[in-house]
Design a protein around this ligand. Structure first.
Ligand code: PMP
Length: 447
């Protein structure tokens, strides 16, 4: 076996034991239950700098989780920390209008094609809720269309069919609406119609079966929460056309793609303008902030107060300043270009190592966010149900081998790698070497 750079993680283990006595399950988010290290407990991260994070036992990792893509400029980026320290000293939030939120909204208007008007929130889930409330309020309709396997946050509104078990899914062309958790009211579930991704026939059929009935159709343009499945060419255009024909607001959930896949996010990358879009993660550069934005016609009822949206913490000076500084960097195509190029090299390293060691897999997504999927024949996934064929154990083993080499990635095989602008050439080389060692390990596991 290859030498491991990972030392003891016993302090993480003891913090987890202690946490379970006060935090429900020892965790603060259900997804962290799966964020296990090589041992059956989560790693407790203590600090981060640039592309690296350090756990409470002092182990250092190259980080490709990046707080699910939030730390897009790396951890504790110097372009933010100095200014934020000043804001800390002068008051972090007033619950009032403030200057940083105006400057931030103007930046978003400049960068995002659909962003004629903007509203802020604190998390992706909240901003999704804001966009859906707006679409429902404006159209006077209740029904919403979403895609199987896409994730739009934990709130009742859309926590439906993001990860249904195979036996719950129903017919391929008319999937059941499956609540992600007990506690979601049946009426809410009934208002969400689910469609398979990348299936033009089913998409046409669902609009035909519900003519002029959907307030909104929402998707992740690159499905970050379903192993970075890409949209087939033309699929987003078809969705755009059907939404227009049926008076349905097209909502792009750009919580992961926004400002990461280029200054204008996925809507610029694919050249499809949604009516509303939702942002978070990279927007805040590591601080909690989110936004929804859209065309004037849809956002105007918020302006008049006809549609309501609120939040004590919305666009606090601290978070709005962090976001403005982050967007100032990400508005430079050279910065997003560097993120993309770094990621492309890692994707290439995975493909090469897989070939060298004879391990079938596909690497999908874009450089800035991607995932490796261990399909039996090495083909990419096109929709949620393709992921039933994935070798989950192999992903876990891959992730484990990487962790032993000091590379930290998402514990959940249907999530993805995120790349920051902070990765140095040396760190990139080390990542690629770790990938080769990990694939050698996978091939060795087979022997
Ligand atoms: N939409 C997408 C595409 C996401 O990836 C996430 C979070 N992973 C959310 C919405 C919800 O964001 P939050 O966790 O900040 O509520």
């Amino acid at each position: 076996a290859a030498a491991s750079s990972l030392g003891s993680t016993e302090l993480s283990a003891s913090w987890f034991e202690r946490a379970k006595r006060s935090l429900a399950g020892g965790i603060s988010s259900s997804s962290r239950l799966t964020s296990t290290g090589p041992d059956p407990y989560p790693l407790y991260m203590r600090s981060g700098s640039g592309a690296r994070i350090r756990d409470v036992d002092g182990n250092e990792y190259l980080d490709y989780l990046l707080s699910y893509g939030s730390a897009v400029l790396g951890h504790a980026p110097p372009e933010l920390t100095g200014e934020l320290t000043k804001v800390l000293a002068t008051g972090t939030m007033f619950g009032t209008c403030n200057v940083p939120e105006v400057e931030l909204a103007e930046r978003i208007q400049e960068m995002v094609p659909c962003a004629e008007l903007v509203r802020f929130a604190n998390s992706g889930s909240e901003a999704v809720q804001g966009a859906i409330r707006t679409a429902r309020g404006v159209t006077g309709r209740s029904r919403v269309l979403k895609f199987e396997g896409h994730y739009h946050g934990w709130t009742d509104t859309l926590a439906i069919s993001n990860r249904p078990a195979p036996e719950e899914t129903g017919p391929h062309d008319a999937p059941h609406s499956v609540p992600h958790s007990p506690g979601i009211p049946t009426g809410v579930v009934a208002d969400v119609v689910v469609c398979p991704w990348n299936d033009p026939e089913s998409l046409r059929a669902v609009f035909a079966a519900h003519p002029a009935e959907f307030a909104a159709a929402i998707c992740e343009p690159i499905v970050a929460n379903n192993a970075c499945t890409m949209p087939d060419p033309g699929f987003l255009d078809l969705l755009r056309d059907l939404c227009t024909a049926h008076g349905t607001a097209l909502v792009f959930d750009e919580v992961c793609t926004g400002f990461r896949t280029g200054p204008g996010g996925a809507q610029t990358l694919f050249g499809v303008r949604p009516d509303l879009a939702v942002f978070s993660k990279a927007l805040g550069g590591g601080l909690p902030i989110a936004a929804f934005a859209g065309v004037r016609e849809l956002m105007e009822p918020l302006a008049t107060g006809y549609v309501k949206h609120g939040g004590t913490y919305n666009s606090s000076p601290l978070c709005a300043t962090a976001a403005s500084l982050t967007l100032a960097r990400l508005a430079d195509p050279a910065v997003t270009g560097r993120i993309e190029a770094t990621g492309q090299r890692i994707m290439e390293a995975i493909r090469r190592a897989a070939k060298d060691h004879g391990v079938p897999c596909a690497v999908q997504g874009v450089g800035a966010m991607f995932q490796v999927v261990f399909t039996p024949d090495g083909t990419p996934t096109r929709a949620y149900r393709d992921t039933f064929r994935l070798d989950r154990h192999r992903y876990d083993a891959f992730r484990h081998h990487l962790l032993l080499q000091g590379v930290h990635t998402n514990a959940y095989g249907l999530a993805c790698w995120f790349v920051s602008s902070a990765v140095t050439p040396d760190e990139l080389d080390r990542t690629c070497e770790a990938i080769d060692v990990a694939f050698a390990g996978l091939a060795g596991d087979d022997d």
